[in-house]
Write a protein that binds this ligand. Structure first.
Ligand SMILES: N[C@@H](CCC(=O)N[C@@H](CS)C(=O)NCC(=O)O)C(=O)O
Length: 205
């Protein structure tokens, strides 16, 4: 399977971490694809009309996106413990956590885009609103950390751990650990997982 990939993309990293957790890392043929909201990738249009990463091209040529759909599809291709619980409250909790982790990434992306704009075209209101959302999401994770530690590892853990890694990667100045010791402790364990260590985020620009 061909994965349109970038070492900078946290959504791609989420897919890679999930794939490694499932023992499927070696099945992915990663092809460097450079996208940005300012400059789409010409070689991606055929596989994804939204021109976004990650995009996975299956062996029969079908292209699937986004990270949620890719992860859920990969979870059907192995015999190990499922990252997507099949039903009930477990599934709802995993999907809600996935939405929080992915949503935090969306907020961080908006902050990054604002940071890249020329200063006179930057919106202080958008910056302030997204900084507040970042803090609120992290505060909620800190107060709900028992939810993370009390259940088997699932796609929600992958999404949240990936989002925390991206705060470190692009917004280290936030100092998110300062007031959130329980979440920081959980993240140490996440970072130590072999699947996470196998998939570092890195800026190759
Ligand atoms: N909800 C999507 C988000 C994907 C996304 O925004 N990817 C970024 C890369 S980090 C992208 O392709 N940006 C290019 C653009 O927005 O044009 C997912 O989970 O895969």
């Amino acid at each position: 399977m061909k994965l349109h990939w970038s070492p900078r993309s946290p959504y791609v990293r989420k897919v890679l971490i999930a794939a490694h957790e499932m023992g499927l890392g070696s099945r992915l043929d990663c092809v460097r694809t450079t996208v940005s909201p300012f400059a789409p990738a010409e070689d991606l249009w055929d596989d994804n009309p939204l021109n976004k990463l990650p995009t996975l091209v299956l062996d029969d040529g079908t292209a699937i996106y986004d990270s949620r759909v890719i992860c859920e599809h990969l979870d059907t291709l192995h015999d190990g413990p499922r990252l997507f619980p099949q039903g009930g409250r477990e599934r709802l909790t995993a999907l809600r956590n996935q939405a929080l982790g992915d949503g935090l990434l969306d907020v961080l992306m908006m902050r990054l885009i604002e940071r890249l704009r020329p200063e006179d075209r930057c919106s202080p209101e958008i910056v302030a609103s997204n900084e507040r959302k970042t803090a609120a999401a992290l505060d909620r994770l800190e107060s709900d950390v028992a939810l993370l530690t009390s259940r088997p590892y699932d796609i929600g853990h992958v999404a949240i751990g990936t989002a925390l890694g991206y705060v470190d990667f692009r917004f280290a100045g936030d100092g998110w650990r300062d007031r959130r010791p329980k979440l920081a402790a959980w993240h140490v364990g996440f970072d130590a997982r072999p699947a996470v260590r196998a998939c570092p985020v890195r800026d190759d620009s």
